[in-house]
Design a protein around this ligand. Sequence first.
Ligand code: FE2
Length: 348
Amino acid sequence: MANTALLPFEGEVLALWEGGSAYRVAPDSLETLGLKNWGEGLAHMPFSAHPLPERDGSYWNFGFAPYAGAGGTLVIYRFRPGAGMEAVTPLPLPFPGYLHDFAQTDRHLLFLVPPYRYDPAAGRTFVDRFRWEPETGSRLLVLDKDDLTRRQVFELPAGFVFHFGHAALKGRELRLQLCWYDSPALMASGMTSLVAHGQTVSPTHARASTVVADLGSGRAALETSGTVLEFPGFDERADPAAALLYGAGKAGVAGERPVDTVAAWNPATGAVDEYRYSYGVQAEEPLFVPDDSAKPGRGWLLQTYLDCNAGFTGLNVFDAAAVGAGPLASATMARALPLGFHGTFLPA
Ligand SMILES: [Fe+2]
């Protein structure tokens, strides 16, 4: 069940999902070692698959319980290698939504809350219980890291987000990179279709987008691009005001072709450096792996893919600064692996 993303932690790997506790995995054997229980009362608590690293070596994470309270309850976690869980802060949300991932600046935690209301009477499965209420619009929730009860809320158009890139604060202007869907169709019907029929049916895909919020005026705006992008990643060393956003994409938001592209998108200019696989190849999340030059943006993108024509899984390595030049190195398996969600890179 814990199969959404992975976090190397204290010599183990945490296999994360979002409905409950992570599972501890042995990095060499991949043996499951058991539930990650952070302490009394925390076993089985919602714990997202996307913890964020703080500059001091600790991590932030959140858990979202949409069924707890009127708008659900957001739980903020702060944990640290060697010290375990340092703080758990439950925050009732004043409005409903769904949360899979979040973002940060040096001072803030950022949540995009789509107008997706959890209603136990609306369906039998967890996913079916969310109702899309576009008339409500989305909200950007900005929490102060130093005092999580201090919040600012910004109104945005109705939309849906799974994943975020980097965010930067310059003066009072906050710029947040994210993968924006016009509706929750991928979650509402795409996932069900994938499980039931082995195919995703998604009317539209996500576009690389920027939310610009003015912390002074309390107003925010959404800037969407024409670049289809999901599974975003970036170089943590880079200035977040100038970092590229890497991801998996495809030619058009509604095209028939699956995700078949690896792209580096420049939020400041809109420029895209991309490599497209041949027809019948489905690309997965590209992982940015920094080189040892300490130069921001220097490193590699590792991307697994499924070749549906020849029936095998492969791994390509790209120069992150020259994606369009094609893979620098490739490895292939003699068999096909099922498509996954997120991955992680462990140095040998
Ligand atoms: Fe995710």
